[in-house]
Design a protein around this ligand. Sequence first.
Ligand SMILES: [Zn+2]
Length: 287
Amino acid sequence: MAIVKKYLSKDKTIRMASIVSTDLVQESIRHQSISALSLVLSGRLLTGTVLMASQLKEDQTVGVYLKGDGPVGTLFAEATYDGRVRSYCSHRNASQENLPTLGAGLGKGFMEVVRDLPFQKEPHRGTVAIQTGEVADDIAYYLRQSQQIPAIVSLSVLPDENGCAYAGGYIVELMPGYDESTLDKIERIQAQVPAIGHLLEGGATAQDLISDFLLNIPFDELTHPHEVVYKCKCSVERMERSLMTLGATEIRQLISANEVMEVTCEFCGKVYEINPLQLQRLLKQIT
Ligand SMILES: [Zn+2]
């Protein structure tokens, strides 16, 4: 069971969230084969997005796109405050061969963060350039640039022959009212923390991942009683809507083939059957 642990420093200038996300990352690849490189980068994004969502409010959702020119292509993860997450990788079999770093798997491009707020017509969007492509650095850069929040972001996914051996991460964010000495302090602590991959491999809990911060700074734990689950929100209607974006010409061609089409959800692997009658109805709606 995956649970986000959340803490706020007693002086309210530092907030932290951490999670062991092994089960979530494993569930995200249950329906598909994936290379180690694609797994590591998409698992990091899934974990980081869950942590970002945990700092939202009830009924809010955050979606994070990483669109690069590297072999991994586009990554997307979407998470809600109350703990639903799903993720997608456009090139699941990207190879690490000849790449100088993992981040080169994403390459150059941009990161877009879309926050859906209830009672607002338009979602809030923020875009920054991909920095290292290692995902954690990119989320930290986004938080600083787009939301003026200095942050430490640490994410790790360890692949094995069965998929994901361990995954987890934490985000430490400074809140309005912090001063330079607070920033110094968390950076000094971060420099002493063992590599997160080692902690996860040793069986660390979400709380263990940030124990050095908890030991050195007075914190209160915040309640966040939401179990995080990998859950897709696909439906026939959503699949039909995405088919409509193909346009009339393409849909006419599909109708003339007179076959039942199979459309697979990219997030969860569920297969939807769309018959020619349904296609006729879609065509009517767009012509
Ligand atoms: Zn789905």
